[in-house]
Design a protein around this ligand. Structure first.
Ligand code: OFO
Length: 173
């Protein structure tokens, strides 16, 4: 759909951005649940990392929310799925977080492509911001998974696991 004098964003882009709002707020819920799972196990670094990640995801959702309304579209508050609350291990949690980040990167790139095809350069610019941000987040999450691949802690009670936790906490600073 073409942009009109009343609308700076097309209906198609509006739909994509609303889906992304749902994913960003969904990320907030997922990371909050991950933080809580790790917090309940009395670790320090993992909860710190994921509480911060949750806050950032909330800010991302709101950034698109305001953008869409400022562009004469209409942002819709989505119903959120209940996030997974239990993980089998910290490695399981880290791998789930990385898979999630990769899914988000792909989703942002799809919006970027659609906005480019339409010549909607405001949305292209917004997506550029998100893609840069996303690259950083994906890198950090991949680093956590790498630590498990390299160090391979045998259990939550071993010293190596506590060292990974400390390093993950530092990544949140
Ligand atoms: Fe919203 O930045 Fe990652 O997922």
């Amino acid at each position: 759909m073409k942009h009109t004098p009343e609308r700076s964003v097309s209906k198609e882009i509006e739909v994509l951005l609303n889906k992304q709002i749902e994913k960003e707020f969904g990320s907030w819920a997922i990371y909050l649940a991950m933080a809580s799972w790790a917090d309940c196990k009395n670790f320090v670094g993992f909860p710190k990392f994921f509480y911060k990640a949750a806050q950032e995801e909330m800010a991302h959702g709101l950034k698109i929310f305001h953008y869409l309304n400022d562009q004469q579209g209409c942002a819709v508050m989505p119903a959120l799925e209940r996030p997974k609350a239990v993980y089998t291990s910290f490695e399981d949690l880290a791998r789930a977080a990385l898979d999630h980040e990769i899914m988000i990167t792909n989703s942002l790139q799809e919006i970027y492509k659609a906005a480019l095809v339409e010549g909607d350069f405001s949305t292209v610019e917004l997506m550029q911001w998100f893609i840069v941000e996303q690259r950083e987040e994906e890198d950090k999450t991949r680093r956590i998974v790498d630590m498990f691949d390299i160090i391979n802690p045998p259990s939550e009670t071993c010293l190596a696991m506590w060292e990974i936790d400390e390093e993950v906490g530092e990544m949140a600073e």
